[in-house]
Ligand binder design. Structure first.
Ligand code: HSE
Length: 328
């Protein structure tokens, strides 16, 4: 199976290093970052690629663009892991549309195109006999899409509740445990690499709202968008409020909730008892699905991180291979 990787940030490097350290039968024939690209039909040496990226900041030659890789590299699956632009979805949307139009499969962690155009991209993929998978867009390593599609197939999902932003959870955890101020905890979260390039996406609840829309549209086939979500972030949560909650055996978490029967699509800070299943520590995400057959199912795991997000990408790659054959 041949893949091309667009994006050599934290997720792209994570995917590349997993593919070089595990023998999964996956060959990388193209890579691109925002300033350079590399195509090798015989397979790129990933160790050398990562070393070059570390020393020069580039993954290949400045004359090769991401679109050159999309159009010119011989791959079965495009791995689109460039940074999210939640406003336009671009340039990832164009990369993905082009690859699908060319009859290639797509796996992405990029929330922009999925929140904007999930159903259109799925229709395009279906018309070409290919697929688009996006496990890594929501809750990092947690296999929520696989669980919905396979493990809970036949269930009706009635509602969902979740902690979908690791940065906010980390900040609230650090404030409550160590008495850090919001500003100190945010600085830590940025230094640890959890936050988005623009951390207002995290702390104002926008990142969680985007993930909620992706989940809701996937589960219920709706066409909700960001403006349909009632959003409040954690930027106004004070240390005093947290300590007051803690004194009463409770804490505060940023909870995303979707409940179609009550027309709820909301992200907001909520007071929860400390032993509530959604009270996770640090960057851990958690999702409770309320279903008709299985009852309540709560999944918990790492919501961000290079290798953790790569885990979701690799799961999608291997799912495509098992569904469509070895592609080689
Ligand atoms: N900034 C995001 C978070 C990264 O903190 O959850 C994963 O989408």
């Amino acid at each position: 199976m041949k893949v091309a990787i667009l994006g050599m940030g934290s997720v792209g490097k994570g995917v590349a290093s997993v593919l070089s350290s595990k023998d999964l039968g996956v060959m990388v024939t193209g890579v691109a970052d925002s300033r350079s690209g590399l195509i090798d039909p015989d397979g790129i040496n990933i160790g050398a690629l990562l070393a070059t990226k570390r020393s020069t900041g580039l993954c290949g030659s400045a004359g090769i663009t991401a679109m050159d890789v999309v159009r010119g590299a011989p791959y079965d699956i495009l791995i689109e892991v460039t940074p999210t632009d939640a406003v336009s979805g671009e340039p990832a949307l164009t990369h993905i549309r082009t690859a699908l139009t060319m009859g290639r499969h797509v796996v992405t962690s990029n929330k922009g195109p999925i929140v904007h155009a999930l159903h259109a991209l799925r229709s395009l993929a279906a018309s070409k006999g290919t697929s688009i998978r996006y496990e890594a867009t929501v809750a990092g390593a947690i296999p929520i899409m696989h669980t919905l599609a396979d493990g809970l197939a036949g269930n009706e999902v009635l509602a969902l509740y979740g902690v979908l932003n690791g940065t906010c959870n980390y900040i609230l955890t650090r404030m409550a445990a160590e008495g850090l101020t919001y500003e100190q905890a945010l600085l830590e979260a940025r230094e640890m690499g959890y936050a988005e390039a623009d951390p207002t996406y995290d702390v104002k609840g926008i990142d969680a709202a985007i993930k909620l829309v992706i989940l809701a549209n996937t589960i219920w086939g709706t066409s909700s968008c960001l403006k349909d979500v009632e959003v409040r972030g954690i930027d106004l949560v004070t240390l005093d409020a947290l300590q007051l909650a803690e004194d009463q055996g409770c804490t505060i978490r940023l909870i995303a909730e979707a409940d179609p029967s009550n027309r709820i699509l909301r992200v907001s800070p909520r007071i929860l008892r400390s032993r509530h299943p959604l009270v996770t520590e640090g960057t851990l995400n958690a999702i409770t699905l309320v279903t008709d057959l299985a009852g309540e199912i709560t999944l918990m795991g790492k919501g961000a991180g290079s290798v953790e997000t790569a885990s979701a990408i690799i799961g999608d790659l291997l799912a495509i291979r098992s569904r469509y054959g070895r592609c080689d």
